[in-house]
Design a protein around this ligand. Structure first.
Ligand SMILES: O=C(O)CCC(=O)C(=O)O
Ligand SMILES: [Fe+2]
Length: 976
């Protein structure tokens, strides 16, 4: 038996489940249609529906596989025909006495992705449809290099029965018609080819990890299959909605996951589903050696496998933690359940069985993808026609004969998980943009550029074409520009990027290409275009407004909690309505803010009045700064020898300061910062507030640190842009002070009165570069932590680009949906990370420990992090602009309501300077206390569990360990 057949059989055996088996010992070979060697392999299956057949079969229904290697689709059709007219199957051992016909009931084919040609496949499929009604689907798998045809033949003992079979529709799945299935499997195939053929490298994917889509939103790495939805062999979903399971594998054969119990599942059902998920995810069928359920850290005992889970699990959400231990069985076989059967076929060698696992994985994933894609049918239909129309409209007048080239080059449209073979833009699409998510248009091609050229974005297609051939880029930018124009401002983001095979994605900006040969090509809405010879160009257009459903997990060892990646439902507050609206509108904003901070510790702000341009310019200029060589950036580090301060050493009120904040062992820069304080408020050195020793630390004179006033000449306009941004933040902070005060039932000017001096707070511009290698374990762009300041106002470069995966997340209690704050004890609770999606043009605001202290916990300082992006994601890296607002350094911070409502203060009093000026040697600060506070902060692992270092901000413990607290509070009183 050829090994490829053995491999196929193994894969089928896996798919078939424990109840049917392939009779290798009864395998027969025969020739058909022009001497094609075929193998006849009987399969035993019980009458119950298995093997992906969701319809009931006639009693006694059996089927076999006829396998013909090396055929193409039309040959397969011939074989099929011949089989249909054969009176009996030679040597099959089947009762040949009766009049047997072989109605072919299923047909699928595999083709190499390298040879994949959509049109010929479509033609063949159309032809096959005429030939055989039984054509069931087509799967193009990634790793095979020949076309193989599989004819799944079924027969019954009598013609009558076989007719019955047809009539009952047993051959086709009742829910997906033939055509639909083909469409979807083709789409899946296309996706596979796109991934394997073009973009596995940029995404850093191994072939074996496919099927991953081009868009990281849709990456479905093997490890992230996240629910137990059983997908039949033919891609149909089982009728019963199974218990869903979030799985993480940790360590190798130890699985745990969050289980959502449905009302009827038994322990045994869950076990089976888990096994099915594992084989789909990993390609082996495990034996379960331990299987436990836990709820709130407690073991749920069960005695009978038939016990219903839902009746054992408490609470309305019916969630439990599943902890299980799996025995992998025989590693070489890769699966345990089929081993005995397969051993009977002596020729089925170990190695081909192992590779069968890989094939089975790809198969299962392709089916999973097909299923997923089917859900996007609506979007797909709309997209398809519209894209073509838009392309023609845009390209024809400008690019003339290049239309065809462009058309074929402008590759793949990814639409919330669906992969389309063309571009799209319609009114429909535009109107649908308002929901969450994004749509990405990705075009990829290696153009042959002979010269370095530089041109304005608006320069004509003609000019560009003379210099580039083919004029893909120009055409792309024209398309994009037209799309941009029709979409209106602020809604679309796009960029072009260059890629040389030997080097990672590069990007740069105008200032760096003036003299040096241009290396990369980069286009954004305001910028010039640069082109350099010989590199891949990838155009990425991101449109907000599409639902995304697929998982983005990239780290197989990541926890179940992290895989979840739900979008946090965050309340939105309109600054415009608070400032200028009616009394009703105003109080609605206050209510929303109060509610949001009590529950989640975060709001989003819209209508802030801040000009897009102010933000965009700051982001663009800071990108230019971050693109400078590292040595140059480090020239702008804080003054050496200065005590490490919680905010870095910005000692001059108008100073700025660069800091390479975190780098992992792999050499990834996780984040780097440019911090600044720019203020129009003058420092009056005759005022003791400034002149006191602590005042001097906060406001060292510019004469003392002139280097902080030096700005990089290579980035003209950086200082002006950031100063304008700082000014805008100062204005917005004033409104926020008032909003917070009203929400806390204080006088509206409560915080304003305490923030009269020159601000000590910085605007931090964080840059999170794209990552070329996966950072080491447990490293995130920003580790889980909470902020210490009063509140932070954050805007970022990444709206519409969430598929990079590297955005802000908050820690949420899965049971209650509440944000987990810095004091919460997490033991026994189940928590999850949820993505924070910022509205376009808006801000995210979270409070820090300081506000939580003031409000005695009414406002939560929620634990958050910035997670790692997909490795080699082609975005230019994330930039976030963060204003960490504070009041003056001498403001006491203590419970505001405790005296009036008699509640117990949960924090001891402190003051802003003490909370912020860690590392100072001044005797006014109690260093032990500061150290304890700092130590307590942010002690979370990436999966959201607390570390063993102690309960966060456990001030009672701090007090107990200190005898000097008294002294420090009397000093504090003196300061205030
Ligand atoms: O970049 C962001 O979105 C937030 C980063 C953050 O939480 C921090 O630096 O404190
Ligand atoms: Fe933070």
């Amino acid at each position: 038996m050829p090994s490829s057949l053995a491999r196929e059989l193994a894969h089928m055996a896996l798919a078939a489940g424990a109840t049917s088996w392939i009779q290798l010992d009864a395998c027969q070979t025969f020739q058909v249609a022009d001497s094609y060697q075929c193998y006849f392999v009987p399969v035993q299956t019980p009458p119950a529906p298995t093997f992906g057949q969701t319809g009931a079969h006639a009693p006694g229904y059996r089927y076999s596989y006829v396998w013909c290697h090396g055929t193409d689709i039309s040959t397969a059709a011939l074989i099929l025909k011949e089989l249909q007219v054969r009176p009996t199957m030679p040597g099959s051992g089947i009762n040949t006495g009766s009049e047997i016909n072989f109605p072919a009931v299923a047909f699928y084919c595999q083709a190499s992705v390298g040879e994949f040609d959509l049109r010929s496949v479509q033609t063949a499929v159309a032809k096959e449809l005429r030939i055989s009604k039984g054509l069931q689907g087509m799967l193009i798998m990634g790793e095979c290099h020949t076309v193989q045809s599989h004819l799944k033949v079924s027969w019954s003992d009598t013609v009558e029965e076989s007719r019955l079979c047809f009539r009952r529709g047993a051959i086709r799945t009742p829910r997906i018609g033939c055509r639909t299935m083909i469409t979807w499997t083709l789409v899946a195939a296309l996706a596979t080819s796109v991934v394997l053929g073009m973009s596995s490298r940029p995404l850093g994917l191994e072939k074996k990890d496919s099927l991953a889509f081009l868009s990281p939103t849709c990456i479905l790495p093997i490890s992230s299959i996240r629910d137990g939805t059983a997908i039949g062999f033919d891609g149909s979903q089982q009728a019963k909605k199974p218990t869903s399971l979030l799985l993480a594998q940790k360590p190798k054969w130890f699985w745990q996951g969050l289980l959502q119990c449905n009302s009827s599942d038994t322990i045994d059902d869950v076990k089976r589903q888990l096994q099915s998920v594992i084989w789909k995810a990993r390609g082996w069928s495990p034996k379960v050696s331990a299987f436990q359920f836990q709820q709130r850290g407690k073991h749920i005992p069960y005695t009978r496998p038939g016990d219903r889970l839902a009746s054992m699990v408490d609470g309305p959400t019916k969630r439990a933690m599943l902890v299980t231990d799996m025995d992998r069985g025989d590693e070489a076989h890769g699966f345990a359940t089929k081993r005995g059967d397969l051993d009977r076929g002596q020729n089925a060698s170990m190695s081909c069985l192992a590779s069968a696992c890989t094939a089975a994985q790809a198969w299962a994933e392709a089916l999973a993808v097909a299923t997923e894609l089917r859900q996007h049918a609506q979007a797909l239909e709309t997209c398809h026609a519209a894209i073509a129309g838009q392309l023609e409209r845009v390209l024809a007048p400008t690019c003339g004969s290049d239309l065809v080239t462009c058309n074929s080059l402008l590759g793949t449209l990814l639409c919330g998980g669906a992969v389309l073979p063309a571009l799209k833009l319609t009114d429909e699409l535009r109107t649908r943009r308002s929901s969450t998510g994004s749509l990405a248009l990705i075009c990829q091609r290696r153009p042959r550029f002979s010269t370095t050229l530089r041109s304005q974005r608006r320069s004509s297609c003609e000019t560009q074409r003379r210099r580039t051939s083919p004029s893909l880029i120009v055409a792309c930018s024209d398309v994009l520009e037209a799309m941009l124009a029709s979409a209106g401002p602020g809604r679309w983001r796009f960029h072009l990027e260059g890629h040389e095979p030997s080097r990672p994605w590069q990007r740069s900006s105008s200032t760096r290409f003036d003299s040096a040969p241009a290396y990369a090509y980069y286009l954004n809405a305001h910028d010039e275009v640069f082109v350099k010879r010989s590199f891949c160009v990838r155009v990425c257009l991101l449109v907000e407004g599409f639902n995304k459903t697929a998982s983005r997990s990239q780290d197989p060892e990541d926890s179940a909690l992290a895989v979840a990646e739900k979008v946090a439902q965050i309340e939105q507050v309109s600054i415009g309505k608070f400032r200028d609206g009616s009394a009703l509108e105003r109080s609605a904003q206050v209510e929303a803010l109060r509610r949001a901070f009590a529950r989640q510790g975060m709001v989003t702000l819209v209508d802030t009045g801040i000009e897009h341009e102010t933000v965009d310019k700051t982001i663009t200029k800071s990108r230019d700064f971050f693109a400078l060589p590292r040595s140059r950036k480090e020239h702008f580090n804080g003054p050496s020898g200065y005590p490490p301060r919680s905010f870095g050493a910005i000692t001059s009120p108008r100073g700025k300061h660069y800091h390479l904040q975190q780098e992992d062992e792999e050499g990834n820069i996780l984040n780097e910062w440019l911090q600044m304080r720019n203020t129009s408020v003058q420092v009056d050195w005759s005022d003791p507030y400034y002149a006191s020793p602590e005042g001097q630390e906060f406001y060292s004179s510019e004469a003392k640190h002139p280097e902080q006033l030096e700005w990089p000449a290579e980035v003209p306009g950086l200082q002006e842009a950031t100063a304008a941004y700082y000014g805008a933040m100062e204005e917005l902070s004033k409104v926020m002070y008032e909003l917070f005060a009203v929400a806390l039932d204080l006088q509206p000017d409560f915080f304003l009165k305490r923030a009269r001096r020159s601000p000590i707070w910085p605007v931090t511009i964080a840059h999170y570069p794209p990552q070329k290698r996966a950072p080491s374990d447990d490293r995130a762009r920003i580790q889980p932590h909470w902020d210490r300041t009063l509140f932070a106002m954050i805007t970022t470069s990444d709206v519409g680009d969430e598929e990079s995966g590297g955005g802000l997340q908050i820690l949420v209690d899965s049971a209650t949906g509440e944000g987990v704050d810095g004091r919460a004890k997490l033991e026994g609770r189940s928590v999850e990370w949820q993505n924070v999606v910022r509205p376009p043009g808006g801000y995210v605001v979270n409070v820090g420990e300081m506000m939580s202290r003031w409000s005695n916990g009414r406002m939560r300082h929620v634990v958050h992090r910035v997670r790692n992006p997909v490795v080699n994601h082609t975005d230019p890296g994330r930039v976030s602009l963060m204003a960490y607002v504070l009041t003056d350094y001498d403001t006491p911070v203590e419970c505001l309501h405790c005296r009036s409502d008699g509640s117990e203060p949960i924090y001891e009093p402190t003051w802003v300077g003490e909370l912020m000026n860690w590392g100072s040697k001044l005797p006014i600060y109690n260093q032990t206390k500061q150290d304890m506070m700092r130590q307590a902060q942010g002690l979370y692992l990436s999966n959201g569990t607390q570390t063993s270092l102690g309960e966060p901000t456990d001030i009672k413990a701090v007090e107990a360990s200190m005898s000097v607290c008294e002294a420090s509070s009397s000093t504090m009183a003196a300061v205030s």
